[in-house]
Design a protein around this ligand. Structure first.
Ligand SMILES: [Ca+2]
Length: 487
């Protein structure tokens, strides 16, 4: 590029500089691009941190992080379990575009209990998809994935194959193969001393990466194996919670200690960013991949757990800190979803969106800068699969969820259940076939009052919107009856 072209570009970028209160974010071409630290916790429920209301778990560092920026009170994962949310995060696309709907088989549970043949699931992310790491690379970023990957294994389908420069501990597994204490039995992570704790080790690796890359823009996807099962924690931290009275249904000292280790690690990362004077130019995201697990925590007052598409299965703790851009101690209640991170990070990094690629999310940067709404009508979920094992709050005792699609628009949420929809008359019998549920999430966050027949206008509006969306993304609907179904 010659000087004249360069100057022209500077002027063009400068004209688009965005304003926060009386500060102008420096986005001209010479400004240093921000570092991006994306902290993805595994299976952490929406109520599992202090800043979202827990008084049992102690998360002083995460709470301090949240006070330094914006808390999102209506943040959603793209799915109620691990792999699909990760695929959606990495690609910025809803599940029908990449085929990762669930973990493992879509035909889980007893065949005799399933009325439909579910849609086949992809357990890995095909390498032809463009990931956020691949988009950041041409903008000069070095990127690392530290921790759980769950999308396949390198060299092709692990973090390296999908555009990260460094992979620490990530492969096809969805939980730590040897548990949380070294030896880890992890092909992508050399063992530490016997008894070393995995969460501490991943924090150590994160600190090393930050040290080594402090002079260039970096993207760190710190994707803790914690707080997924097995529930294993350090004895001294477990002891801290042993005699603590339960609160809001949360009462597991080991699980609390796992969260405590995550929190201490985040404290160490914040201290490292401060020490290297990187904090001001580093965006830190905090998020989880699905709702809290029934065997470990309570999501009250949210209904359901990991695996259900009620709020307890898909709502997440979320905050974002970026000191020069995001006003501290702010809250946003606009619904956001994990597909939004791809366009958001792309915009923050001033990276180029890939040509010809559809992004289903929208950048939440306007919200982070104080806007109260996004230019988006609704968000959607598509889960044409079965997840076995009933939990408290699930629709039936055999499955956490049966095949379902969901839309949230403003305060309203509609769930469409494909078994009843496909086999029991669909729209023509909608008043009686129990195929849809409608909730007013603002008035009824616990989803106790199904308004599908009480507010038919709203029901039909959301259903039309959901079906339009399904058509627009070619979402596969399971329609074939299961001949093994025994009723
Ligand atoms: Ca998970």
């Amino acid at each position: 590029m010659d000087r004249r072209a360069f100057l022209k570009q500077c002027i063009a970028v400068g004209a688009g500089g965005f304003v926060l209160s009386n500060r102008t974010l420096n986005v001209h071409a010479g400004a240093k691009r921000p570092n991006i630290v994306f902290i993805m916790i595994d299976d952490m429920g929406a109520r599992d941190v202090g800043f979202m209301g827990s008084t049992y778990y102690e998360t002083p560092n995460i709470d301090r992080l949240s006070r330094g920026g914006m808390v999102f009170t209506n943040a959603y994962a793209n799915a109620a379990n691990c792999a699909p949310t990760r695929a959606c995060f990495l690609t910025g696309q809803y599940s029908p575009r990449h085929g990762v709907y669930t973990v493992g088989s879509s035909a889980r549970g007893s065949s005799g209990d399933r009325r439909l043949i579910p849609i086949a699931n992809d357990t890995t992310l095909d390498s032809n998809h463009i990931t956020i790491a691949e988009v950041l690379k041409p903008a000069g970023y070095v990127s690392v994935s530290i921790g759980k990957w769950h999308m396949g294994t390198d060299p092709e389908l692990g973090p390296i194959g999908q555009g990260f420069d460094v992979n620490v501990g990530g492969f096809s597994a969805g939980s730590p193969p040897g548990g949380y204490f070294s030896p880890y039995k992890n092909p992508e992570l050399p063992n530490g001393p016997d008894g070393e704790y995995l969460t501490d080790r991943l924090t150590d690796e994160a600190l090393k990466f930050i040290e080594s890359n402090k002079d260039r823009p970096f993207f760190m996807y710190l994707t803790h194996y914690a707080v997924h099962t097995p529930i294993q924690a350090k004895a001294d931290l477990t002891a801290k919670y042993q005699d603590k009275p339960p609160s809001n249904g949360q009462d597991n000292p080991k699980y609390a200690a796992m969260i405590d280790s995550v929190d201490q690690g985040i404290g160490r990362i914040m201290a490292k960013l401060d020490e290297l004077e990187l904090s001001d130019n580093t965006v830190v995201f905090f998020f989880s991949d699905n709702g809290g697990y029934a065997g470990a925590t309570s999501n009250q007052p949210l209904r359901g757990f990991k695996g259900t598409f009620y709020e307890g299965g898909i709502r997440e703790p979320m905050c974002v800190r970026w000191p020069r851009v995001i006003k501290p101690r702010t809250t946003c209640d606009t619904p956001v979803i994990s597909t939004d991170f791809f366009p958001t990070i792309t915009e923050m990094a001033r990276a180029k969106k890939p040509v010809g690629k559809i992004l289903d999310g929208v950048s939440i940067l306007p919200l982070l800068q104080g806007a109260s709404t996004l230019n988006r009508e609704a968000i959607f979920w598509h889960f044409p699969a079965y997840l076995q094992g009933g939990v408290t709050g699930a629709r039936d005792s055999k499955f956490r969820t049966r095949p379902v699609a969901v839309v949230r628009k403003g305060r309203w949420k509609l769930l469409q259940y494909f078994e009843e929809w496909v086999l029991d008359g669909g729209r023509s019998k909608i008043d009686t076939n129990n195929s849809v549920e409608l909730y007013d999430i603002e008035a009824d966050i616990s989803e106790t009052n199904n308004l599908a027949n009480a507010n038919k206008a709203k029901r039909d509006e959301l259903l039309d919107m959901l079906i339009d969306w399904q058509n627009s993304v070619d979402a596969p609907i399971p329609t074939e009856p299961n001949p093994d179904y025994t009723g």
